[in-house]
Ligand binder design. Sequence first.
Ligand SMILES: [Zn+2]
Length: 351
Amino acid sequence: MDERLPWHQPLWQQFQQRRNADRMPHALLLAGPAGLGKGLFARRLARALLCAAPISEGEACGHCRSCRLFQAGTHPDYAMVQSEEDKRLGESDPLAGDIGETGGKKKKSTVIKIEQIRDLCAFLSYTPQYGGYKIALLEPADRLNLNAANSLLKTLEEPPGKSLLLLVTAQPARLPATVRSRCQRIRFERPATDVAVAWLAAHIAQLKGDIQPEALLNSAGGAPLTALTYADGERWRRRRELVECYDQVLAGQADPVRAAEDWMQGDLAENLRWLIGWHTDLIRLKMNSDPPRLSNPDLRSVLWRWADRQAPRTLFERLDAAVRLYTLCATTQVNAQWLLEVFLSDGADGR
Ligand SMILES: [Zn+2]
């Protein structure tokens, strides 16, 4: 995939201006919803800053020795810091690391440890081998445990030489304020629908022709890269499974404890975002039998059935509960499965 995403262009131009004026900051916090390509932007920036002969708009040339080393993942002036679990996931999943406690079995550490940060600070303190920048990418940066975050503060405060720290996160609130305040924040916003749809359409056309980009984008909450991951059919199928599971829970035909186990499987953040999207649509349908916009137009009939069963007040309460569930799972170390059981049991009560 071309990492030059159209909705990044204004931010990219800002950086080129700063670079030209020699006003590049030392630490950036790239924050915003998952699925917007923050990590791609960070790598593009790192590659461009390390390139020996940048081309127009400051892009990396792709041919110099520095670019080739970067491409091979062996550039001596670039370091990437991730938790062990994210390293494992990152190879297969561009959205890995959205929520700390994902479902499934955890085998590897999900935190960035103090030893990793000590190594990183040492790395940054050495003279750059190519005489330019030394760049480190932390992704997702919210995986820093408290000790690791504290040991990063001094380097953030007094970065050695020409160094740049790139902290990427969809959950900036999980980072200690001491870290956040020492970084310049770059906000990534969801792109305008027409921009996102045009980009998606071009990419889906290369895969399969029969999937509607608008429907994918809506279900992905407006995040184009998330929408693209649905286009392979696998996640779309998983979403359908969860719809059926929730349908059975609401009808009192499935055990909420078993159902909660099922919901924990795979990407919990994504599963919960879907849940919130369905509940938002339920309210839209309750308020207006033909709402101008639904996030899940393909689920209209099943959503109708759910909306029909419940009073408006209950629907608002359920949406609040779903949002609370997502927030708790994203920002605290709660027992997500237990919270899910409570949420699903309450739904089954039909309250
Ligand atoms: Zn180059």
